[in-house]
Every structure is written in C-alpha cells, then in structure tokens.
Design a protein around this ligand. Structure first.
Ligand SMILES: Cc1cc2nc3c(=O)[nH]c(=O)nc-3n(C[C@H](O)[C@H](O)[C@H](O)COP(=O)(O)OP(=O)(O)OC[C@H]3O[C@@H](n4cnc5c(N)ncnc54)[C@H](O)[C@@H]3O)c2cc1C
Length: 436
C-alpha cells in the first residue's frame, strides 16, 4: 500500500467513517457505530462470501465476561450457536514435569453485586463463529441495513456499506483537523476512491493503513509458531483451561463442549514450538499426529484424536508507537497485537471499539467533528491504559516461561507455588480473565 497524494481517477464517494478491515474488530466497530446514525464504509480485501461465511481457522477465542456483555449489547451474542459457547470455569498453569498446577478458579473472580460470583471465568467460542455473528449483526437478514457489495452514489445514505474483495491500494489524509476541507482518502485496488471524515485501521497487527500513514510499531518476533486444532480425549477436562509451560514446548488446552457426534470430551489443543520444529509436526499424517500429541501431553488426557483441520500461526507481537494519527484511529489488533498466551487479543479489540465509540459519542455531544484531534487523543489515552499493561505483562510471562536454565526452572516453579498461595494474585488474574 502507498501513501498517495495524487488525485485518483474513477468514482468517489464520501463517508463519515471508513473502516479498513472487516475482521471481528472492524465488524464490531461498524455495529457499535450504528446508533450514531452515520454513513460507514467497510473495506475488506477478502471476498464478501468469506466475510459472511468465515471458514474454521482453528482459533478458539477465550472471551471475558466483559466481552460477552459487550457482544450482547452489540446483538452478536444471541447469534452464536448455543453449542459453540463453551464455559471456561477454571484455569490451570503448569511447569515442566512438575505435577503441581497453579489453579485460578471462577470462585477467585470478583463478585458482581447483582449477580454474585460468576460460575465461569469466561467462555470459549470459535473465531469463525464470532466473525459470522458480527457480520450477521451488521447485515441482518431482514435487509434494512444498506450492506451492499458496493455503492455507485457520490453521497451514500446513512448505513453500513461493504466494499469486499478490494484491498486498499493507497491511503492519505489531507488537511489538519482544523481544516474544513480535510479528509481521509482511500483508493481501492479496483480504482475507486472513498473519502471519509475519520479513517479507522482494523486491518490486523501488520496494518498497512497504519504504516502508510507513518505510524511506527514495535514488533517482537518470538521465532515460534503456534499450532491449533480440535481433538477429542477420554480424560475429562472439567471445563478447566491448561497452560503448560513445558521445556522445549508450550502446550495449552481450551475445554470445549462435548463432540456433538460422539459425545467425547473435546478441546482446542494448542502446541507452541520453535518455528523450525513445527514443520515436521505439521507434516505428520493423522495417526502419527495423534500419537505425537498424546506423547507431548504425557498421556495426561489419554489418547488424543484429531477432529478438525490443523492451523499454524507465527507468533509476532506488535505495539504501535501511536494509536491515532491525523483523522486516523487504530482498533483491534492494529492497535495492539498480543501474544495469544494470555488470551486477551480480541478482548482488547472489543475494548478498543468500546472506547472509540464512547469518545466519538462524547465528542458529538460537544459538537466536535468526527476526526477531531482532541477526541482521538482521549481515545488513545483510554486504550493505551487498557492495553499497554496487559501487553507488557504478557511479554514478561512469555520471557520468564521460555528460559530453561536450572535457576530459571526453579524460579518458574516457585512463582506458580507462590501465586497459588497469594490470594490477591489469584484474584487479580481471575479479574483479568473475567475482564472485570
Ligand atoms: C492462535 C490464536 C489464538 C488466539 N486466542 C485468543 C483468545 O483466546 N482470546 C482473545 O481475545 N484473542 C485471541 N486471539 C487473538 C484474536 O484472534 C485477534 O485479536 C483478533 O482476531 C483480531 O481481530 P482484528 O479484526 O483486529 O484483526 P484480523 O482478525 O487480523 O482481521 C483483519 C481484517 O483486515 C483485512 N485486511 C488486512 N489488510 C487489508 C487491506 N490492506 N485492505 C483491506 N482489508 C484488509 C483482513 O483480510 C482481515 O479480514 C488469538 C489469536 C491467535 C492467532
């Protein structure tokens, strides 16, 4: 993508807000903006079909109670298939061959005055289900929202317009925020030009929109990859998640509802290895893969059996130096690309949507324009405070639990035992898992 200043050819349409990226964060933002009665454009490089019917991608997303509440407000939660929502009651953290597990229970979670102690820390939902629910919330089947393949008018009506199957070719912002004529301008790969008062980058942690507008980002490549898939197993998981910092590998288990066909216990299984070692595991045939994963889990779950496709993600964490620019706000992974180990990525993505819409609404009540620098600065501050400590704490956890020297091993095991005994620590972790 280029930072383009030349006048583009082809048709041009003006919107109030232009969101680049119709992933879960971009779609959630489009939905959250609806009460403001704006003209919103969503630009997505994938096809409309792949946004409307997203394919299984292996990710089982741990959602906090707070995120579930937001998804209810955004009319997304009720659209999830009931059987796709698995309760997450407890979380167990283990180290090496040590049988001890630090356990964070739902009973450690903060008591909410109206509801008492929650019976779960959060919920597990497939990423493809979340994306589908978000799309259907933005484009309800009754068709009263203007979600079309494209629009040919210069001044589209209030509603949400999807430009799918079109990447952003170039992006620029003109004028500063005080200029009445300033706007963000995006040229699509098909040659069409869209302008908007506010541009939102929701185009992943490697956001090319963010980069094209000159915002630098700090990246940490862990040199590791994460394999995710669904497996059944004979030993019950009791709806407890496992994070097992073993030596030479990290394993995780995300407990799902039983297999609908066989009734067997079922989990999302996560294996993290140096990227150079992952290729060999990926290449195993199904029977060898089952045996390999059963061995890697030291038979603690019995014989594991693959029941889904396998997906591998390289692990790169990204934090931008700024979360806003001239007429630009970053949301979702474009604002904070987390290591998945603490399961906060999309939860923070929803928080970014919540914070941005709160500031835009407040700005409107005060008569400020959408791309107003003071409004965007307030958003940046709020989301930096919400995301930066979690990002740094997650980086610290990944650093501590990848060191394997004898003193580091002792420290790792001692930390879990101290954490177990120190109730305020357990309560703090439980609060972070519930999103309290
Ligand atoms: C293995 C794994 C496990 C995870 N587990 C959890 C978890 O338990 N809990 C949790 O909260 N989070 C988790 N996450 C993180 C979560 O998946 C992400 O935070 C979330 O998907 C980010 O959503 P997004 O919409 O910001 O970005 P993305 O999902 O990356 O979507 C970006 C969209 O922008 C589009 N796009 C990109 N560039 C362009 C362009 N130039 N023009 C047009 N469109 C563009 C892409 O096609 C895509 O549709 C996990 C991630 C991984 C990899």
């Amino acid at each position: 993508m280029q930072n383009e200043h030349a006048a583009p050819s082809g048709k041009s349409s003006h919107f109030d807000v232009l969101i680049v990226g119709a992933g879960p964060a971009g779609l959630s933002l489009a939905q959250a903006l609806k009460p403001l009665g704006l003209r919103v454009a969503l630009v997505e490089q994938s096809s409309r079909d792949s946004v409307a019917q997203p394919a299984f991608d292996g990710r089982e997303i741990a959602l906090t109670q707070h995120s579930a509440g937001l998804m209810k407000q955004l009319d997304m939660w009720a659209r999830l298939p009931t059987e796709a929502i698995s309760p997450l009651r407890d979380a167990r953290v283990m180290d090496g061959a040590d049988p001890f597990a630090m356990t964070i229970s739902h009973q450690d979670a903060p008591v909410r005055p109206a509801l008492g102690t929650p019976s779960e820390l959060g919920f597990l939902v497939g990423n493809h289900h979340i994306r589908k629910a978000a799309f259907e919330a933005v484009a309800p089947l009754d068709g009263d929202v203007l979600l079309a393949g494209t629009t040919d008018t210069d001044t589209p009506m209030v509603g949400t317009w999807l430009f799918a199957g079109q990447a952003v070719h170039s992006v620029a912002t003109t004028g500063d925020v005080a200029s009445a004529n300033g706007h963000a301008r995006v040229v699509l790969s098909g040659g069409r030009t869209l302008t908007a008062d506010l541009l939102v980058a929701a185009d992943s942690r490697h956001s090319s929109t963010r980069r094209a507008l000159g915002i630098a980002a700090d990246m940490h490549d862990f040199g590791r990859s994460m394999l995710v898939c669904v497996m059944t197993h004979p030993v019950p998981h009791h709806h407890a998640a496992w994070e097992w910092f073993d030596y030479g590998q990290t394993l995780a288990l995300l407990p799902m509802n039983p297999c609908p066909n066989t009734g067997l216990y079922r989990s999302s299984v996560v294996l993290t290895l140096p990227s150079s070692d992952m290729q060999a595991v990926q290449a195993l045939d199904e029977a060898s893969f089952n045996a390999e994963l059963t061995r890697r889990f030291a038979d603690r779950l019995g014989a594991l059996k693959l029941v889904s496709t396998r997906h591998v993600y390289p692990l790169v964490a990204v934090y931008p130096r700024r979360l806003v620019g001239n007429r630009l706000a970053c949301v979702g992974d474009a604002a904070c690309g987390m290591h998945p180990v603490t399961a906060h990525g999309f939860n923070l993505g929803l928080k970014s949507v919540e914070a941005l819409v709160a500031e835009l609404s407040r700005g409107r009540r005060l008569g400020r324009p959408l791309g107003d620098a003071a409004v965007l600065a307030r958003y940046e501050r709020a989301h930096w405070l919400a995301s930066r400590p979690t990002y740094l704490a997650t980086q610290l956890v990944t650093q501590i639990y990848t060191h394997e020297s004898p003193p580091a091993r002792l420290l790792r095991q001692a930390a879990l035992r101290i954490g177990q005994r120190f109730a305020p620590f357990r309560r703090a972790v439980a609060a972070s898992l519930t999103g309290a």
